[in-house]
Design a protein around this ligand. Structure first.
Ligand code: DQQ
Length: 466
């Protein structure tokens, strides 16, 4: 059997313009940082194969957040001791010119430090690890991991994802003068078990415009609170979803050189374990997304404009009528690595949208649609693949649209990964694993009335890897 990197390279479902590990398993983004003029990403990685296994910190560098170069593994589990069962998620910070990683060692969960060389290629674990070896005894905790670290008024602060037995998710606040000796303060806020689950993973906390945002991963989703941060306590005002789909998790953000708040998430698989293992790869990062707050304090998520630099040959059309309860497949254009901008006029339809990865006679097809009655955006992958090992279904969430407003979809298709940005506000991430080589056509459809494709632009996207 060929090695997993050789298998991964030839898999027609492996994305080509998203950040992805050279091979093997990957999950959460870790330690995103702009250091000495370059962007570094780390990620949860099992280089030994496309199964979760024992996590390492994979590492890559970029000048533009779009094109990446792989670097050697930054952290590997120790031979015995505090991180022998894995180097789990965390952050990277710049401590007066010295790069420092803070991560969770397992098992049990403890917090650890590693110091980097100036090019960030060599990492040395701190001899005094773990720097936090046990959790506050006063609380009955579930989970104690994924440090999010920042500097405020000359001091370091750390949030750890956790949960209180019977009460629900929380994030624990610590402070330090030197990143090595930490003092526990208190939970920064509490969730409601029915809305944000029992344990919060991968907290990410930052100021945005006149508010603070706390991103958490729970209940298989990436959620956020916006609110006010006062006296080291966070007072949430609003709870929302960073992504409407079920395949975007453990998001982590950073500030770029222009001062923009950029986020990446883990796009997980919807294929069976044996299929992942055989393909030699599992998981990828989302495209870089920019965050902003609208007038109502709702988080708006849009693709980084620099992604336009990946656009190749284009196709456009406009004013296409879509009859009631019909599908129209576009002539002269097809592909599996595309960006699409579609402006759809609902007309008197009940539901309308795009079809991608579509075979002749729609034997395989993936539908992205807006339903006027439920006011929801959907991705339906139940007919995406004839392969029974690939799970499909309908996923989605609320998209508020004013009367007369068109549905404006900016869709990024990268073989088996789909990210749909809708009306400049929200994103829905899903997966599709067509089994047929000819499932590459694009279409539009309408249900319950007629509609119009006001305009469509489609670009072939260039790969980011050689
Ligand atoms: N993944 C990491 C944990 C984190 C979880 C382990 C979230 O640190 O809580 O790979 O996906």
């Amino acid at each position: 059997m060929p090695r997993s990197d050789e298998r991964a390279k030839v898999d027609p479902l492996r994305p080509k313009y998203h950040f992805i590990a050279p091979s093997g398993w990957m999950n959460d983004p870790n330690g995103l940082i702009l250091f000495r003029g370059e962007y570094h990403v780390f990620y949860q990685h099992n280089p030994n194969g496309a199964f979760a296994g024992t996590r390492h910190w994979g590492h890559a560098v970029s000048k533009d957040l779009i094109r990446w170069r792989h670097l050697p593994t930054a952290l590997s589990p120790g031979n015995g001791g505090y991180d022998k069962d894995g180097c789990w998620s965390g952050s990277a910070v710049d401590n007066d010119g010295v790069p420092v990683i803070l991560y969770t060692g397992v098992m049990p969960e403890v917090q650890c430090v590693a110091l980097g060389s100036q090019d960030m290629v060599y990492w040395e674990k701190y001899a005094g690890n773990p720097v936090i070896s046990s959790h506050p005894e006063s609380l009955d905790l579930k989970g104690f991991r994924d440090p999010c670290v920042w500097k405020e008024d000359g001091r370091w602060y750390m949030l750890l994802g956790s949960g209180i037995e019977g009460k629900g998710g929380t994030a624990l606040l610590y402070e330090s003068n030197d990143l090595l000796r930490w003092r526990y303060l208190h939970p920064i806020c509490f969730g409601r078990i029915d809305r944000t689950g029992e344990v919060w993973e991968c907290p990410d906390f930052f100021p945005l415009e006149d508010k603070h945002v706390l991103i958490i991963s729970a209940l298989k989703k990436t959620l956020y609170y916006t609110g006010k941060y006062r006296d080291k306590e966070f007072h949430p005002e609003m709870l929302g979803t960073v992504d409407l789909g079920d395949h975007f998790y453990a998001a982590k953000s950073m500030i770029d050189e222009k001062g923009r708040r950029i986020i990446f998430g883990w796009i997980r698989e919807a294929r069976s374990g044996p299929v992942q293992l055989a393909s030699g790869w599992s998981g990828l990062f989302s495209l870089p997304r920019q965050l902003a707050l609208d007038k109502e304090g709702i988080l708006n998520v849009t693709p980084l404009p620099e992604l336009k630099s990946l656009r190749g040959d284009g196709f456009e059309d406009e004013g296409v009528r879509i009859d009631a309860d019909s599908c129209k497949v576009l002539e002269d254009v097809e592909g599996d690595c595309l960006e699409i901008e579609a402006d759809l006029d609902l007309g008197d339809s009940r539901e309308l949208g795009l079809i991608v990865r579509c075979s002749p006679r729609l034997v395989e097809a993936t539908f992205i649609s807006y339903n006027r009655r439920s006011a929801r955006l959907y991705l339906d992958s139940s007919k995406s693949s004839l392969n029974p090992e690939c799970e499909g279904g309908r996923e989605g969430g609320a998209l508020k649209v004013d009367s007369g407003e068109h549905i404006k979809l900016n869709l990024f298709l990268d073989r088996s990964a789909i990210e749909v940005f809708a009306n400049g506000r929200i994103c829905l991430t899903g997966r599709a694993y067509p089994s047929r080589a000819d499932s590459k056509r694009i279409g539009v459809f309408s249900r319950g009335g007629s509609a119009k494709l006001a305009s469509i632009k489609i670009w072939k996207m260039k790969p980011i890897w050689d």
